[in-house]
Write a protein of this length. Structure first.
Length: 368
């Protein structure tokens, strides 16, 4: 039986965290002994960790040693305290260690690479257009971490291509789309009946600046000013909530735009919506677009690495530029044309056929 360790920052309600849970739910535990090291033991998906998985918390949420370690690293560029903590927690040897996200998980992974026969890292974002901020104090340190692993897995080919523009490393690279359980999504979509008689546009994601929800609010105002009677529902939580609520109220959209918070089961809302929209500035592979495809929802998305690939340059949905006017025009194309919505409904269902859990897991096993 192979021993596999995943390293993840936390299990907050983002796409990468959701993807990890889906992988863990579908692992063959007769062949693999799986552990999960969480740098920060927090998040909405903690309760979804399968019982077969051994969880190793690195820091608790308000741990004074955690604060001291990160302060020391940022001030002196010295990772000794962080390295000491993960080595103290992970004293056994593993067949494979996987940092399931760029940034902090990869940095902590670099401290324990000698404790595995094989080291793999996952990249969920387009690093060329959305770097990992303050996790690495130099690009050379980040590049060395990617050089030292045995394989880098990307969630889209475009993210992989953009990575090659950023870092010239000889490490083997693979593209592997996230596992999407279409059967489960359809079952959960029928668990609750969401009603409404207004044309509805839905967006799902963490409320961070990179998701571009301020632009969606401005576009909602433009549509209202031009006589459209629409309902926007945004599902998710995050640090930008207060700013977005303030902007919504300033724009006079209290009735048109609803912030519904994090929904454990968002699929009934997605199933009943007329359109799904993504206004992100950058995405490696937007998991929620995959979910919209499964339910046959027409998609409008800004041009990001992942959206361009999933929509196949506009074949399976409407791609827009990154400005307000382009998003506005993209939405209008489908709001105004029921025939086009029906066409993209069918195209979404066709695109969803690319998701196969068994094939995705086979690919994972071959790489770890």
């Amino acid at each position: 039986m192979k021993d596999v360790l995943f390293i993840m920052e936390s299990l907050d309600g983002g796409g990468a965290e959701k993807a990890l849970i889906e992988y863990l739910k579908n692992f063959d535990y007769t062949r693999y002994r799986v552990s999960l090291c969480l740098l920060f033991y927090q998040g909405l998906y903690l309760k979804d960790i399968p019982a077969n998985v051994t969880v190793i918390p690195l820091y608790t949420q308000n741990n004074s040693f955690r604060r001291k370690s990160f302060r020391y690293y940022r001030k002196y560029h010295n990772s000794w305290l962080m390295s000491f903590q993960i080595r103290r927690k992970l004293q056994r040897h593993y067949d494979t260690i996987i940092s399931f996200m760029e940034g902090w998980p990869l940095l902590f992974h670099s401290f324990v690479m000698k404790r595995a026969d094989r080291n793999v890292t996952w990249v969920h974002r387009d690093l060329l257009n959305y770097p990992t901020s303050d996790c690495f104090y130099s690009s050379s340190l980040e590049r060395k971490c990617y050089e030292d692993v045995d394989c880098v897995i990307f969630v889209s080919n475009t993210a992989k291509e953009n990575f090659d523009k950023l870092y010239l490393v000889n490490t083997p690279k693979e593209c592997l789309y996230n596992v999407v359980d279409a059967k489960e999504i359809k079952e959960k979509a029928g668990e609750e009946n969401v009603t409404g008689n207004v044309f509805t546009i839905t967006s799902i994601g963490s409320l961070y600046k990179v998701k571009g929800y301020d632009r969606l609010l401005r576009v909602a105002k433009m549509l209202k000013n031009n006589g459209y009677s629409l309902s926007f529902q945004i599902l998710g939580c995050g640090s930008e909530l207060d700013n977005l609520l303030t902007l919504r109220n300033e724009l006079g959209l209290e009735e048109e735009v609803l912030f519904l918070g994090f929904e454990e089961n968002p699929y009934p809302y997605l199933k009943k919506t007329d359109l799904f929209v993504s206004t992100s500035l950058s995405e490696g592979l937007p998991y929620v677009i995959c979910e919209a495809f499964v339910l046959g929802i027409p998609v409008v998305a800004t041009e990001t690495a992942g959206a361009i690939e999933l929509l196949d340059n506009g074949k399976y949905g409407i791609l827009t530029g990154q400005d307000d006017i382009s998003i506005y025009e993209g939405l209008r194309k489908l709001i105004d044309n029921e025939e086009s919505r029906d066409e993209y409904h069918l195209k979404s269902l066709i695109r969803a056929e690319m998701f196969n859990v068994d094939e995705a897991m086979k690919s994972v096993y071959s790489l770890i």
